[in-house]
Design a protein around this ligand. Structure first.
Ligand SMILES: [Zn+2]
Length: 321
């Protein structure tokens, strides 16, 4: 396939600024990298944290986006052993490493027509999901699944923040016979109705108490005040799992909320095993992915809608080549 020398990209140029549409050079892959022609890219809460300056070691100028779906168009110098052929539809994502470089944060990501990826961290995608519906499986689905796995055999699950990640993890949990309670922003009746439509046994505001105590709570909303709120709804021995990369400060709370061998833990990024495990689940369990597509040049509108809680499911940027 002919690859042009320049491409359009939505570029982050510093905190608290809108992304800029720019014409930039198409990157050149080195051995070990692949060049991906981007079809779609999910919009993640992490992108908002970068724009808000809450993740300060982001590059000063960077193309955001780490839920990238596209096809490999160049893969130079591969020895063939792990090479996916050109034309393979793949997705890339964040990895877990002390000195990791994160796509769309420390290296350029997928808010662009082309993106580089480390050849070891791209995955063939289940054909039953088209580009727009495959993008939220990456990061949102994967983080959700890693957090869900940390809940062990918890029978009653609370999901705080019913967005891109929770709407997928809820379906996996329900398919496995768990009881799912969904917590939204107080008063978000649309979000609660969405959760019930997907099969949640109960949905309410994060200021409400569920019908029974939780064995585990998964927190996808970045509000630290949810930690004591969730602990207060969790049974003895239960776990509160914080799945975001950033949270506002956790307010002081009485020790009685932690007493009874409750625990609080975080989820930090992903491993390749998570990807293999979750994409296998996603291939076997038909997940109803709710995705709202935006032209990639409308990335700022997509980010604003995500910030304001106006996206049902996941926001996904689509590329018109
Ligand atoms: Zn993400």
């Amino acid at each position: 396939m002919n690859v042009p020398t320049t491409m359009r990209a939505m570029v982050f140029t510093g905190p608290h600024r809108s992304l800029e549409l720019r014409e930039v050079d198409v990157p050149t892959p080195t051995p070990g990298q692949v060049l991906v022609r981007v079809h779609a890219c999910g919009v993640c809460r992490t992108d908002l944290h970068i724009i808000d300056g809450e993740l300060p070691d982001a590059l000063s100028t960077v193309i955001l986006g780490h839920e990238v779906v596209g096809e490999i168009v160049q893969s130079p110098g591969q020895d063939g052993a792990s090479l996916l052929p050109a034309g393979t539809r793949v997705g890339g994502r964040e990895n877990l490493c002390a000195s990791a470089l994160f796509t769309g944060y420390h290296v350029h990501g997928g808010y662009a027509e082309y993106a580089l990826a480390d050849a070891r961290y791209v995955f063939p995608l289940p054909p039953s999901y088209d580009d727009v519906h495959a993008a939220p499986l990456l990061c949102a689905g994967l983080i959700g699944y890693r957090a869900y796995a940390m809940a062990g055999d918890a029978q009653t699950l609370g999901l705080y923040g019913f967005g891109a990640a929770a709407h997928l993890v809820a379906q996996v949990a329900l398919a496995q016979g768990r009881t799912v309670f969904a917590f939204t922003r107080p008063g978000d009746r649309e979000g609660q109705a969405f959760a019930r439509r997907l099969g949640a046994h109960w949905a309410g505001g994060s200021d409400q108490r569920p019908p029974t105590l939780l064995d585990a709570a998964l927190l996808f909303a970045p509000a630290g005040a949810l930690v004591p709120a969730a602990l207060g709804c969790t049974t003895h021995g239960g776990t509160v799992i914080c799945a975001g990369i950033h949270m506002t400060d956790i307010p002081p709370f009485p020790y009685a909320l932690l007493w009874g061998e409750r625990s609080v833990r975080s989820v930090a990024n992903l491993t390749r095993r998570d990807a293999e495990a979750f994409l296998t689940v996603a291939a076997a369990t038909p997940l109803a992915v709710h995705a709202t597509p935006y032209a990639f040049t409308d990335a700022n509108a997509a980010l604003a809608d995500l910030r304001n809680g106006k996206v049902e499911g996941a926001a996904v940027l689509t590329m018109l080549h």
